[in-house]
Write a protein of this length. Structure first.
Length: 159
């Protein structure tokens, strides 16, 4: 083997070793990123564990303090025998309804001496075959003539 062949052989070995080094470097960078992800996960789990520990210690302390307060007789409040009128729920007033007012307690005048007339009202000259029945309506009117009161009751025709 002469010098040129040795140089070519060594150059090939150098190229192969450089390719191996590049492959190892990419594998190393992939492993580093995986390690960083795992470190972040571990840190978050540690933080969650610490927070849970703090939370449980807070609840334990709170329960212990409440139990200590309940043991003291001067901290207990007696149950109310009768409810306080200040704290009892008041009956709510219904919304304003103008029809529920009535006539404000005024008495209606009753005319016993009045003359009573019943008038049957029937529509005339109108074809009501296609009309729909709603209800019967009775109306009362008072009419005053000199020296007498007439009560007229208007009744719908029920035929």
């Amino acid at each position: 083997m002469n010098d040129k062949e040795i140089i070519v052989l060594l150059q090939r070995q150098l190229e192969v070793s450089q390719a191996t080094v590049e492959g190892l470097r990419t594998a190393l960078s992939d492993m580093k990123s995986t390690i960083e992800d795992l470190k972040k996960t571990v840190r978050s789990l540690e933080q969650a564990l610490k927070d849970k520990g703090v939370e449980t210690t807070r609840t334990k302390k709170a329960l212990k303090n409440v139990a200590a307060l309940m043991e003291k007789h001067n901290e207990r409040q007696p149950l109310p025998i009768e409810p306080d009128p200040e704290f009892t729920p008041k009956a709510e007033k219904p919304k304003y309804d103008p029809k529920s007012r009535g006539n404000n307690g005024a008495r209606r005048l009753e005319h016993m001496e009045c003359e009573e007339r019943v008038i049957v009202v029937a529509p005339q000259g109108v074809d009501l075959t296609g009309a729909r029945f709603l209800r019967y309506q009775t109306s009362i009117r008072y009419r005053v003539e000199p020296m007498k009161i007439i009560k007229e009751i208007l009744v719908d025709d029920k035929n």
